[in-house]
Design a protein around this ligand. Structure first.
Ligand SMILES: Cc1cc2nc3c(=O)[nH]c(=O)nc-3n(C[C@H](O)[C@H](O)[C@H](O)COP(=O)(O)O)c2cc1C
Length: 439
């Protein structure tokens, strides 16, 4: 079959698959609320058929990260194997009401739209929300730029408690509200709705909650396999991936397993262990944006090289992220060196970038006046120079350590050889005993 015809068949298959999945979801979601109640228990569960409404691979997902899963970072991770990315969490109500927020928060690739998805796709936009109508209104503003709309049901921070969103919607009294949000999105949007959750108190509760999501029309669930913890202890301890594996056999929608990834090998092991359609990474991919690259040599590139690659992605953006997000990225990438070698001065230099000046909040067409624009440009130039200075310093200190290590190793070898020679000489001089005894 000629290549073009092959592509056409692939495309048609994906579209058919997608339509079938949407039809099936609509049928399920059309059930009466009582029927799709959130009370099913694991004892009655059977393995069910799974639909993936997504015409792309979920396998390697870049997590939603406030102030970190920005456009240049997403583009960078995609270059190295990420198959789908999330935006940082956006506040649905603010997106609807606040024009300035809307201008700054929507960092999506300007070249992308419904008919010509650009380089930053597949993309899932995540929302903090607690009202179905507001969520739908916010989602409608961006749905033509994304492949799915996600509801944050996992954020444990104090501000999520105060604003009543994230993991604070996992309480049983809020299940009807969550169900209504999912159903409203499912019915009103042109793209699927997905949810990112944490584990509930018991496995049965988590399963019942997920079934409620499925029945309301949720097309995929990302499971951060930890319970809520607290604002200060958000990601402490290992994630319970065994629960994800059990959920995977009992739910019909695709699952992303989130937690316990330090390196590529962990990602692969987690996929095998959970059977999930994909894994999601946050902290490990911040430290190594090439985490999902199949080629180990790419993943092991020097940190400064990866940091510079991110900086150059920022420079290519029409509207780069705020300067302190950028310096946090650079810090995350070189952090292992800074911590292992105890270089707090370099950490402090990075942490100062973008935080000491008032205008460094985003740069680009959304900036208001040309005077402000030029002030910001100066600040970015200053900030980029400071970050480059730190990267050069990291490289020089590592080279010095390497040299020092080499010199230490050479000195140790010479000492070893000298000790060996002394031993040989002493053995030659020692009188032979046992064979001839001199009286
Ligand atoms: C800097 C940062 C920002 C985060 N922001 C969000 C967010 O906006 N929405 C969300 O659902 N989770 C957020 N998380 C949680 C991650 O998506 C992820 O669930 C968690 O870090 C566990 O994954 P990991 O073990 O790979 O880090 C954030 C995590 C980090 C490190």
């Amino acid at each position: 079959m000629p290549a073009a015809a092959g592509l056409l068949v692939l495309w048609a298959t994906a579209v058919l698959h997608w339509s079938a999945a949407r039809a099936s979801q609509r049928a399920v979601a059309a059930k009466a609320p009582e029927e799709s109640s959130a009370s099913s228990s694991s004892s009655t569960a059977a393995v069910r058929t799974r639909f993936s409404p997504f015409p792309f691979l979920l396998r390697y997902a870049v997590a939603p990260m406030v102030a970190q899963s920005d456009l240049p970072f997403r583009l960078l991770t995609r270059r190295y194997g990420a198959t789908v990315c999330y935006t940082p969490m956006l506040y649905a109500a603010r997106l609807v009401e606040d024009e300035a927020y809307r201008r700054d928060a929507i960092d999506f690739d300007p070249a992308s739209n419904g008919t010509a998805p650009g380089a930053d796709r597949p993309l899932i936009v995540q929302f903090a929300a607690n009202d179905p109508a507001t969520l739908v209104e916010a989602a409608r503003i961006v749905q033509h730029l994304v492949d799915a709309v996600d509801i944050n049901l996992g954020c444990p921070q104090d501000r999520a408690r105060e604003g009543h969103y994230g993991s604070y919607l996992l309480a049983r009294r809020d299940w009807p509200l969550v169900r209504d949000m999912v159903r409203a999105c499912h019915d009103a949007l042109s793209v699927p709705v997905t949810c990112k959750i944490r584990l509930l108190d018991s496995f049965d509760d988590t399963l019942a909650f997920c079934r409620m999501l499925e029945d309301a029309g949720c097309a995929m669930i990302a499971v951060h396999a930890r319970k809520r913890g607290s604002d200060k202890r958000r990601r402490v301890g290992p994630a319970d991936l065994a629960q994800v594996a059990r959920l995977r056999t009992l739910l019909r929608v695709p699952i992303l397993a989130n937690g316990n990834i330090r390196c590529f090998e962990d990602a692969e092991a987690n996929l095998r262990a959970t059977g999930a359609e994909g894994v999601m990474s946050a902290e490990a991919i911040l430290a190594c944006p090439r985490l999902f690259a199949a080629d180990a040599a790419l993943r092991q590139a020097p940190a400064a090289e990866m940091a510079r690659e991110y900086l150059s992605e920022c420079l290519n953006c029409i509207s780069p992220p705020p300067l302190h997000w950028i310096s946090d990225h650079v810090h995350n990438i070189v952090r292992a060196h800074i911590e292992r070698n105890k270089w707090p001065d370099l950490r402090a230099r990075l942490k100062a970038v973008g935080r000491e000046r008032p205008h460094a909040e985003g740069l680009g067409p959304q900036s208001r006046s040309s005077e402000e624009q030029s002030l910001r440009a100066q600040e970015y130039a200053h900030g980029f120079a400071a970050m480059e200075g730190v990267l050069v310093e990291v490289e020089q200190r590592l080279a010095a350590l390497h040299q020092q290590g080499g010199a230490d190793a050479a000195r140790a070898l010479v000492q070893q050889q000298r000790a060996l020679k002394r031993k040989e000489k002493a053995a030659e001089e020692e009188p032979v005993t046992g064979l001839f005894v001199e009286e």
